[in-house]
Design a protein around this ligand. Structure first.
Ligand code: GTP
Ligand code: MG
Length: 333
């Protein structure tokens, strides 16, 4: 259906993510009042409107007809519409890989973590989930020749575990200026699950302005888990988690970023193969994470990273080690 997007830029490497409309005010049918309403509900960029549903805009008091027009114009502007298979190949060429900075993990991933996709690290406390997130905040800043994305990171921290000093240590290992590295990380602490959702709902402008190429939510589930207790609250919790993950996925697609979530595990006594634990969040989190890693403790600072779900890669596991320098392959030591 090539004809439906003849006004849109060709999906070539340079043009695909370059929007025709730079700001939401440029969109047809968006006057100052509509623009203000859109901004109020967190739609501050053309990219985010392209990923919106009409219901979301109608709920904010925008007329149905206008909502439809605005979304259509935004979608055409950033070339999200029906595409032929050969065009899809071009679009998929936009997907970039981000090195983890740990050769054995990269080998398991055949390169690194992908943009436009969601990667989950789950495991017990102290298995290195947050440490991996810290390291990715540094590697994303590396130039593409070194496996980075030459961009910044957005870190949503729900457990108060982000440590700038750790970033500085890891930055030195990768030859980056430690203070410069910190300047390219945008940090937000989420105090409740509601706050966590609001942060992502309002992230699009920050992502665009700061050339963010990595979005981290560490951890995705901790607030939801502690606030929504008991069976009767489960359906509500799952619905909100679903919405939150969709938002993350849409940001990842719209801005061609890597998205990383961490997740805790809960005991599952009768499951032998999963070492008696399973990730929190059930089917919702399971279905929306494209790539999943299970981390478990080995001796000393060794951790075993097991790739348990991937759309294209075989399962496999490698030992990694947490050191002063960050996360390293075990055999490097
Ligand atoms: P939770 O968030 O509690 O579920 O755990 P997590 O999986 O996020 O664990 P995290 O990534 O915080 O890993 C903590 C581990 O990293 C601990 O075993 C620390 O000893 C280790 N660690 C953190 N900083 C350093 C460091 O500077 N040097 C070394 N050698 N180890 C470190
Ligand atoms: Mg952690």
């Amino acid at each position: 259906m090539a004809g439906s997007h003849k006004d849109a830029p060709e999906p070539t490497d340079s043009a695909y993510y370059k929007a025709k409309y730079q700001s939401i005010e440029d969109l047809p049918s968006v006057g100052p009042a509509t623009a203000a309403k859109l901004r109020e509900i967190g739609f501050k960029t053309v990219e985010s409107i392209a990923m919106a549903t009409t219901a979301e805009l109608i709920n904010a008091g925008i007329g149905e007809e206008t909502a439809g027009k605005v979304i259509e114009a935004a979608r055409k502007s950033i070339a999200i519409t029906f595409v032929r298979g050969d065009e899809l190949v071009e679009i998929r060429k936009q997907i970039k890989q981000l090195t983890t900075g740990c050769p054995s993990l990269d080998t398991l991933l055949k390169g690194g973590l992908e943009t436009q996709s969601l990667t989950e690290f789950y495991g017990e406390f102290g298995t290195g989930k947050s440490q991996i997130c810290h390291q990715l905040c540094v590697t994303v800043q590396l130039p593409q020749e070194q496996g980075g994305l030459a961009g910044g990171a957005l870190y949503v921290d729900t457990e108060n575990t982000f440590r700038p000093e750790r970033i500085q240590q890891i930055a030195k290992r990768f030859g980056l200026d430690p203070d410069e590295a910190l300047r390219k990380i945008i940090f937000a602490e989420a105090y409740t699950s509601d706050h966590q959702m609001v942060l992502l709902d309002n992230a699009d402008e920050v992502i665009k302005e700061n050339n963010i190429r990595l979005i981290i939510v560490d951890s995705l589930t901790s607030h939801f888990r502690s606030e929504y207790l008991g069976r009767e609250m489960l359906a509500n919790r799952q619905q909100l988690l679903n919405k939150h993950m969709h938002k993350l996925m849409r940001l990842s697609r719209a801005f061609n970023t890597v998205a990383v979530i961490t997740n805790q595990v809960m005991a599952q006594p009768d499951a032998f193969f999963t070492k008696g634990v399973q990730p929190v969040g059930g089917h919702i989190v399971g279905h929306m994470s494209h790539t999943r890693f299970f981390l478990r403790k080995g001796r000393d600072n060794i951790r075993i990273a097991k790739l348990t779900v991937s759309p294209s890669l075989p399962e496999g596991e490698v030992p990694i080690r947490i050191t002063e320098q960050g996360i390293e392959s075990d055999e490097e030591i």
